[in-house]
Design a protein around this ligand. Structure first.
Ligand code: NAP
Length: 292
């Protein structure tokens, strides 16, 4: 069994980007800029935003975080998005989700200029991705594909089974992996909660992508020998043996499944670190295409 080390791949990508950004700076006198807008005080979002900012600084992206109070109105947030749409120093805009109840996420996502949509959630961006045109691919599914590519696991002609059909992970991952492209071209099955017996599908997987949000759901008996397992699940569970009283686990029962898998991602340290690496990559892409 080979452990797919997302932490290392993410560090490699950051090192590559750091060199590229320095070259771009020397050539243009400018660097890519990313603004992250966070509304309210969701502790998990605050951690994500801090990590994104830290990674930007590491590679030389000019990053700012705009913190808005929980009672921010939709109009006030739209104003901010409009300001950064028009600000040439920022090539990427990310509005951290979830947003407070009074704000319609769809309205906000649609307000982001698609040329700055480095999170890849705008319907225009999604449409380009679905049709196979070059665009910003949303960061977590892009991270899944990048991990496979970096470990030279070619999904072409393989049966990829994805558990989960959310708009941010399962659905875009399926669409990406079925493209007639390099490191894609897979036969894709997407499972969701309407499946009566999910193991009928998971047992057929050459590559299994678990993105359901149910801790340890995928067991050894549900997969075949030699399967490649990409565990997107990030679930915090109670664990009194740890200092914090909790720990992160995936959707896959790592201990059991790793006995039969050929490759497997750990949680943490698998897909998680790739999401930020892909965000940085998208920001550099935005700069090269629209900021120079
Ligand atoms: P989500 O929006 O809750 O979607 C979960 C999907 O899994 C749904 O399609 C659901 O089916 C399906 N599902 C849930 N329980 C199931 C079951 N028992 N059998 C079959 N299908 C089932 O979750 P998400 O946002 O995609 O996130 C999934 C996981 O990935 C979470 O643990 C999340 O924390 C993690 N995640 C990690 C990253 C990262 O590493 N950077 C990023 C995003 C998400 P229905 O559609 O029928 O309800």
């Amino acid at each position: 069994m080979i452990l797919i080390d997302g932490k290392k791949v993410s560090a490699d990508i950051k090192a590559e980007l750091k060199i590229e950004i320095e070259e771009l700076r020397l050539k243009t006198g400018k660097v890519p800029g990313l603004v992250v807008i966070i509304v309210g005080d969701n502790p998990a979002s605050e951690v994500y935003v801090r990590n994104k900012h830290k990674s930007c600084v590491e590679v030389g992206i000019n990053s700012i975080v705009v913190e808005m109070p929980a009672e921010t109105t939709q109009e006030q947030l739209l104003e901010q998005v409009k300001y950064f749409n028009e600000n040439p120093d920022f090539h990427g805009i990310l509005v951290q989700l979830p947003l407070p109840k009074q704000i319609n996420e769809d309205v906000i996502i649609r307000a982001i200029d698609p040329i700055k949509d480095v999170d890849g959630f705008h319907p225009t961006t999604v449409g380009e991705m679905v049709t196979g045109n070059p665009t910003y691919v949303s960061c977590t599914p892009a991270g899944v594909v990048e991990l496979l590519a970096r470990y030279d696991i070619d999904p072409a002609g393989k049966h990829v089974v994805i558990v989960g059909r959310s708009n941010i992970v399962g659905k875009p991952a399926a669409l990406l992996l079925m493209q007639k492209k390099k490191f894609a071209n897979a036969i894709v099955t997407v499972c969701h909660s309407a499946a009566k017996d999910i193991s009928v599908y998971t047992k057929q997987a050459d590559i299994l992508v678990a993105a359901m949000g149910v801790p340890g759901f995928i067991k050894k008996e549900m997969v075949k020998e030699g399967v490649v397992v990409i565990d997107v699940g990030t679930n915090r569970i109670y664990d009194p043996t740890t200092k914090s009283g909790t720990r992160l686990v995936g959707d896959v029962d790592f201990e059991g499944v790793s006995q039969v898998a050929s490759y497997i991602t750990p949680v943490p340290g698998g897909v998680g670190p790739m999401t930020i690496a892909m965000l940085l990559k998208n920001t550099v892409k935005a700069f090269k295409e629209h900021g120079m």
